[in-house]
Design a protein around this ligand. Structure first.
Ligand code: HEC
Length: 473
């Protein structure tokens, strides 16, 4: 009993776990992350609940409808602090809307107010806090050998067809084709690569991010020199400007899809912020220029495609629609609603008379661009969500990847299934054709990559796990 009392007393005396008693609290490093985690969902520049915007230090001190919520030096008189620790009905986040701020974090806020609610030296009070936090974050170095498989969200054959680029954890990995031997690892800031596309000159565009934290579109030169260790070239796509040659976008949440126009002049990317951005890349990657930002969907944009004539942009979204946008007139052309489920990916036929889309309804659907969103055909066969649809480089054929653990090939002239490619043992998230169309690659949730020859018997030519150093089962 006495021991318990002693313990309770000593705990109460301790400031907060792991910090020296009077060490000044850093607003940006210690308080801002708590705001981001617990408050900003409702107190950002758009929502401003209680007319309280906390996106900059200046606005945070300004307060909301009832004026200043922070009284420097006096946590007990600060609404801001009271509302976090209160036992009353009115608390923040509101009781019916979220978990209470953990006690150790509330204590940090309290200490910070007690110390005078100061801003770190050198930081602009008008600086966007989320952006400042992002700038301070440094990506981890990927492990030499992974303990767990890395999900394959994206795949792309290198322009010479001899390598396959796969998105890993804070890196891209390159594997020899068809052997499946690891040849290159390229460190990236992004935790995940959601989409990969080679530009005409051989530069690789990568869309990715860290879920809920940040998103990016960056251009990489995979032919840049790196250190070679054990036969594997190691490239630094975080700090080496010869490897990461250009950053096109730095945003608050993941970028999920990418497309290069068939004429190689335009790059499009879309993602969790519901926007699709277009860059003119006609003058080369270094001169890439943002030309249009389109907000046409009510939820995450999961797929993009640009028509061969460069006139139309097709998009697929979590709002259960596919849409087409006229890039010249800058207006929405049609909304295709028939999936009635998440639409994951889109593609065009050669003359852009038809759009193709796939979704959570297991269908590959085709629709006329001139048809105001009227469907043409629904092609069934997959036994689960269809995540990707990609066009063959030369033939009127598309490949689809599905949760039913298969890739399917379809003849779009006949609007009919051609072949089911089997072998994967998990959801197939990514699919790609080699530049000459002679190979198809599928990438799965469990890290497995499967290669099939085309034309072929539908059985795997090669299967390997694209996770560096993963112990064999
Ligand atoms: C789920 C949404 C939500 C979250 C999360 C949230 N708030 Fe609020 N907040 C509101 C709403 C709604 C109001 C206005 C109604 C009210 O004052 O009770 C408000 C008002 C306030 C006010 C009063 C502003 C004024 O001038 O009257 C303060 C202070 C505040 N919030 C602080 C916080 C803090 C600190 C956090 C994070 C720990 C937080 N809120 C998280 C929804 C939220």
């Amino acid at each position: 009993m006495r021991l318990l009392v002693l313990l309770a007393v000593s705990l109460a005396v301790l400031p907060s776990a792991g910090r020296a008693a009077d060490k000044p609290i850093s607003f940006i490093n210690e308080v801002a992350p708590i705001l981001k985690e617990n408050c900003l969902a409702c107190h950002d520049a758009k929502k401003r609940n209680g007319k309280y915007d906390m996106t900059t230090f200046e606005k945070l001190l300004l307060g909301g409808v009832n004026g200043e919520a922070i009284v420097p030096g006096k946590p007990d008189e600060s609404d801001f602090h009271d509302l976090i620790v209160t036992a009353e009905d009115r608390r923040m986040p509101p009781r019916d809307k979220g978990e209470a701020v953990p006690a150790d974090k509330a204590k940090v806020v309290s200490e910070w107010i007690k110390q005078g609610a100061k801003l770190d030296a050198g930081l602009d009070p008008k600086a966007d806090l989320v952006r400042e936090l992002r700038l301070r974050w440094t990506p981890p170095v990927p492990p030499v050998a992974y303990k767990y498989p890395a999900i394959v969200n994206a795949l792309a054959f290198t322009p010479d067809g001899k390598g396959l680029v796969v998105g890993g954890h804070h890196e891209l990995t390159v594997w020899s084709v068809p052997e499946g031997v690891l040849t290159k690892r390229v460190r990236t800031r992004a935790e995940r690569a959601y989409a990969l596309a080679f530009l005409p000159g051989g530069t690789l565009a990568v869309a990715g991010g860290r879920p809920g934290q940040e998103g990016d579109v960056r251009l990489y030169d995979l032919t840049a020199a790196g250190q070679t260790v054990g036969g594997v070239a190691l490239l630094d796509g975080v700090g080496d400007p010869k490897v990461m040659v250009k950053q096109l976008l730095d945003s608050d949440d993941s970028v999920l899809c990418l497309a290069v126009s068939p004429d190689g002049k335009t790059l499009a990317a879309g993602g969790c912020d519901r926007a699709v951005r277009l860059w003119d890349i006609g003058a080369g990657p270094a001169a890439a220029k943002l030309t249009q930002t389109i907000e046409n969907h009510a939820d995450w944009v999961l797929g993009v495609a640009i028509s061969a004539d460069g006139k139309f942009l097709a998009t697929a979204a979590r709002d259960k629609t596919a849409k087409v946008w006229d890039l010249k007139a800058k207006e929405s052309v049609l909304t295709y609603p028939e999936h009635q489920q998440i639409v994951y990916a889109v593609a065009f036929n050669k003359d852009a008379s038809l759009g193709y889309s796939v979704g959570g309804d297991s269908q590959l659907r085709t629709w006329k661009l001139a048809g105001e969103g009227k469907g043409e055909k629904a092609l069934g066969g997959h036994g689960g969500d269809v995540f990707k649809v990609v066009a063959h480089p030369t033939k009127p054929v598309v490949a689809t990847a599905s949760a039913d653990k298969t890739v399917r090939l379809w003849d779009m002239d006949k609007a009919a299934a051609v072949q089911t490619l089997t072998g994967p043992t998990d959801f197939v998230y990514a699919v790609a054709f080699s530049p000459d169309g002679g190979l198809v690659a599928g990438g799965a949730y469990n890290g497995e990559v499967t290669l099939w020859k085309q034309p072929g018997d539908g059985k795997p030519l090669k299967t390997f796990n694209a996770t560096p150093g993963l112990p064999a089962k």
